[in-house]
Design a protein around this ligand. Structure first.
Ligand code: 13P
Length: 249
């Protein structure tokens, strides 16, 4: 069931500057020790080199927040999976709701990005989640299953190579967290869908994201199908992020 190593990934979103990044990473590295779980920080692209250098040897993996669905070429402003690989990126967020919402990312684009990441040897963290309107209309299951279905059949790759993050849109940045029971219920749906698609579904880590903080992390992470967290706001404060990591280990 839940014997796999948990993953706590911080998503800095569009926050940070050179000096602040350095201070945050140094504070994390000073305290993190030999944590029993995997830890990553998803940083804005201009800071990948800085974070790669500061985090080297610390056990904190570098993650990116997005990747192009294209391999290379005339796509101004885009960043390819191969470029991310040059900076030691281990994970990349794919299909975050802020990308789906503000950049009109479709399920197809999310599936293509997932494939690009896998082809480059980067683990995609595929984000799914319903809006408040969808939840209130009783569509949660339908929405997350549709979003996950789009990435399940990956040409040449096994779905067991991805990480999935359930991030209810209504819980992101709102301080309104899904209850452990609400989150577990959706995770169980996702796990069943993955099990039907792959005999290795048990290996897939399912993260919860949405107002996870030092106070609620332990209860969320104790759920049988919650294998880690994708943490936004609380990943910007070393002490909060460290408490979440401690709750996972
Ligand atoms: P918050 O933790 O700030 O709600 O953000 C969650 C999120 O979107 C992580 O990707």
């Amino acid at each position: 069931m839940n014997s796999k190593k948990k993953l706590i990934a911080g998503n800095w979103k569009m926050n940070g500057r050179l000096a602040a990044n350095e201070a945050l990473l140094k504070a994390l590295i000073a305290e993190i020790g030999n944590t029993a779980c995997d830890v990553a920080v998803a940083v804005p692209a201009p800071y990948l080199a800085q974070v790669q250098s500061l985090a080297a040897g610390s056990g904190i993996a570098v993650a990116a927040q997005d990747v192009s669905q294209h391999e290379a070429g005339a796509y101004t402003g885009e960043i390819s999976a191969a470029m991310l690989k040059d900076f030691g990126v281990c994970y990349v967020l794919v299909g975050h709701s802020e990308r789906r919402q503000y950049h009109s990312e479709t399920d197809v684009a999310v599936a293509e990005k997932t494939q690009r990441a896998l082809a480059a040897g980067i683990t995609p963290i595929v984000c799914v989640g319903e809006t408040l309107q969808e939840r209130e209309a009783g569509q949660t299951e339908t929405v997350v299953k549709r979003q996950l279905a789009a990435v399940i059949h990956l040409n040449g790759h096994c779905i067991s190579e991805v990480v999935v993050a359930y991030e209810p849109v209504w819980a992101i940045g709102t301080g309104r967290t899904a209850s452990p029971e609400q989150a577990q219920a959706v995770h169980a749906v996702l796990r069943a869908q993955l099990s039907a698609a792959s005999e290795h579904a048990d290996r897939i880590r399912l993260l919860y994201g949405g107002s996870m903080n030092a106070g609620n992390a332990a209860q969320l992470l104790a759920q049988p199908d919650i294998d880690g967290g994708l943490v936004g706001g609380a990943s910007l404060k070393a002490s909060d992020f460290l408490q979440i990591i401690a709750a996972a280990c």
